[in-house]
Design a protein around this ligand. Sequence first.
Ligand code: CP
Ligand code: NVA
Length: 323
Amino acid sequence: MTVNVATPVRGRVTRLRHLLGAGDVEDLHLGRLLDRADLLRSTQRSDRPRPLEGMQVALLFEKPSLRTRVSFEVAVTSLGGHAIALGPDEVGLGRRESAADVGRNLSRLVDAIVLRTFAHDTLLEMAAAASVPVVNALTDAEHPCQALADLLTLRRHFGRLAGLRLAYIGDGNNVANSLMLAGALAGLDIRIATPTGYAPDTSFVNQARALAARRRGRITIGTDPVEAVTGADAVYTDVWTSMGREAEADERRARFEGFEVNATLLGHAAPHVAALHCMPAHRGEEISAAILDGPRSLALEQAENRRYVQEAVLIELLAPHVR
Ligand code: CP
Ligand code: NVA
């Protein structure tokens, strides 16, 4: 399904209508979004803008969440809006009502919808029917808000993005897909290593390579963690078993042996290497406790930055003329 994510405004400038995947940010000027997030992070509480005053945002979550759920609620309320959180049993998405009907009805009541769901098509169906912006808070295919927070974290840490070498070790999942797309937009040199059969889908790899070609970025996909990590400025990992795939956990633990991000693996990276993880994390599986909880870890910075990039996204979607 194709959903129009950008509305042309005066010639070539486009305005974002929805944030469904990290690739949607292309026309939004990634730098502007990250600049705004940076500014919001450094703005005193009393000086913060309240452009969402009087607005309502529905947060509809079909899967568990700590960071996304809380950072969105904090973002909406900090900007002066009101957040309405809805769990899976309250709405019965696709069971009690179709995603399209939920999108149509919510559009009459709220100013934006933030959705965490399973199938990406559910998100697309809702966005196609909704007349208000829809934001992807994670689907089985993408986690764009996480990827934007990760770029903000890397930019704040290294002072730049273009040309940074970022290794992603583990499962070629939703987090990897969005990181690849957003990282390609930012001109990163991304090296992904997964066990055979767990690489990101070719459609995402091709989309990321097309974006990278225009930004002098690079996307390399392989199966050797040491090769991917060699010389890396930053190393990223995520859980081996994502939400909804719990039945595969034992098989995955066996297949992913040798893919733990630990001190030995990071010994191949640049001496200044930073370690990233979107969390929740499993210490002793995809990452060692020493690395996740150690001085190289940016995991809690990533979590904090979720709030600020999401504030920037909400302003872009709901109050784009605010400075
Ligand atoms: N990183 C992240 O999205 O965390 P939650 O699943 O807790 O929201
Ligand atoms: N890949 C993980 C990310 C959690 C934030 C999952 O989908 O469960």
